[in-house]
Design a protein around this ligand. Sequence first.
Ligand code: BGC
Length: 775
Amino acid sequence: MTLDVPALLARLTLAEKASLTSGSDFWHSTGVERVGIPAVMLTDGPHGLRKQASDTEQLGLTDSVPATCFPPAVTLASTWDPALLRRVGEALGAEARAESVAVLLGPGVNIKRSPLCGRTFEYFSEDPFLAGVLAAELVLGLQSQGVGASLKHYAVNNQESDRMRVSADLDERTLREIYLPAFERVVRTARPWTIMCAYNRVNGTYVSQHRELLTGILREEWGYDGLVVSDWGAVDDRVLGLAAGLDLEMPASGGETDAEIVAAVESGALDEAVLDLAVTRVLTLLERTLPALAAPGDYDAAAHHALARETAAAGAVLLVNDGLLPLRPVAGETVAVIGEFARTPRYQGAGSSLVRPTRLDDALTALRAGVPDGVEVRFAPGFRLAGAGPGLPPEDDVVADDDALLADAVEAARGASGVLLFLGLPAADETEGRDRAHLDLPAEQVRLLDAVHAVNPRVAVVLSNGGVVTMPWLDRAAAVLECWLTGQAGGGAVADLLLGRVSPSGRLAETIPLRLEDTPAHPNWPGEEGHVHYGERVFVGYRHHDLVGRPVAFPFGHGLSYTSFDYSDLLVRPEPDGSLTVAVTVANTGPVAGREVVQVYVGDLAASVARPRRELAGFASVHLAPGEAQPVTLTVERRALAFWSVRAHAWVVEPGTFEVAVGASSRDLRLRAEVDVEGPGVAVPLSAASTVAECLADPVGGPLLREVLGVGPGDPLPEPLSDPDVWVMLGEVPLRKFARFGMGVTSADLADLLGRVERAEQAERDTAAAEPALR
Ligand code: BGC
């Protein structure tokens, strides 16, 4: 279906145009019946559909139509599997389409700056490359079904504390290297139909009216051609927002802000062309979404449940294992399953992403069904879940006596061939709208672990949590399987992993620190007096820990398997386009089939700016049977070698030697190679503020200064400059002040030198400009 957008635009009145740029209720855009423009639905998102069944005039979190609850982004990211995310995106698209939803509000690609963020379960990673690659596939899958994505929350929305006002204060380089690249990658490679602007301010300006972010970077630099929608209630000044590049305000403002736009156009404060552009983008979104809305179709709920199960299994990370897992009980043995979460799964986070699942599997039932005949599965809840909440039993089902629960659990564990202890964070600890205050498991759960371990040390801890927890109790666990939040089909997935029907292959998309105090944002979290200072700059997550060599509980990229992998034959080849080809052979050296996630990290060995020691630059999965080996080839994009130069206001690859390391985590690097990279570096024009050393290093200024100093090219510098102790001081002197240091150099000499440099540079620019004409 096509809309004649220019013709429609011409038929609309000013008031109708203004009305099109805001919602008609909580979840719908505004239509104009007179000319046949329909209203369409935009709704949450991201890991399943949350379509309110009834009243769409307001936010209702629990009243939604059933939909497949896939694992949220924390778990999706731990799969490190772009192909799987594409399939999840397709399934989400099919469900949204079947429910006549035009835009699904997600995915969220904000960086996990601190593990305390209440929404880390909804975000992918502490690493922008990983987040961007994975989210792009989800968007491609979703939009292949004719349903739009809404990439959110653009940008620098990394905490829930004071989220609607706080100013995230950060420098340009940090913004470019850490907080924008995931958005940039998705925009450039997957072209989301909408992007959602965040609530917060960035360096003092609300994102909803931040021209540089909404237009300068997003459209003029990245070529974005979709629509910018506000987060729900993120508009501060509607007219300023429209002028800055915000096209659609959601939800409805009851016509109030539409009237402001009309008034601004009528008074001449706002150019009507700006409004026309926003309306054009709204109509273009309609044009994109109407075909699917006209043919909703159906979806296969059982197949989606199976996909949710496959995804939950792929996203679980085996952190440690002394050999207890997989559990292979035989007839006559007993397995103790302890912990309320085995029976009452904690499978998603709270807030706007809350999905009402089509069904819900629990691990206890799946384990009972999965063990061989003759194996007894003994269950004890061990602790109670405080209060009723999403996914929790009603208050009156809750048993009150903690000591009795503990005693029962200890009895269940005694003599069992293995204890599967299901621990995790209470639902109330992880929700949109609030950050966590600490990274600890509840004390009663640690008490349970201690008590059970005292009678049976064969304890495998199975974790359910959307954000990382610290693990000071690790020495009491023979194995830890971090399942994150598994979505509705987690029960079967977890049983598959524990019983060895599937080998774990998830990898950490974020570091698990030893202590909260070790996390780099800690001193600046969550800000004060309306501002949060991103003082750790680009050193977020492993970029910080690896630079300072801080021990962590588990490093970024870590994850064990029931088999083992060997790496050999690393080859790194620079390509003519500036990228690197990295090839390595991976062999499965263990007893079972498994998937290895090969990770490539790069680091500039001598940079002119402070750079992380290494950064993720590529990854690939390889599925191998026992004894099988396969070559894996990856491309490291040129951009992965670059830093954002504030001086040049551009990405810069500095010439020099880079380390390329390949391995199974940021700290388990199996092979390394050094490669010489060419690049222009940052060309800094010489000026009176340049130092003597900078001038001598300059191809034009260097020979001229040598001339002034009376030495030829290649000759040693004159005394006392040739003395290393003097050089360290005089080399740093700006040219403007050099005449005062008694080297026989006058201010006139230096002014003349700078004039000659300027003329030479101008001549170079003229030649470059003339070149195309010569061709
Ligand atoms: C959240 C968004 C969500 C929107 C609509 C906001 O509070 O920040 O992520 O899509 O509500 O529910």
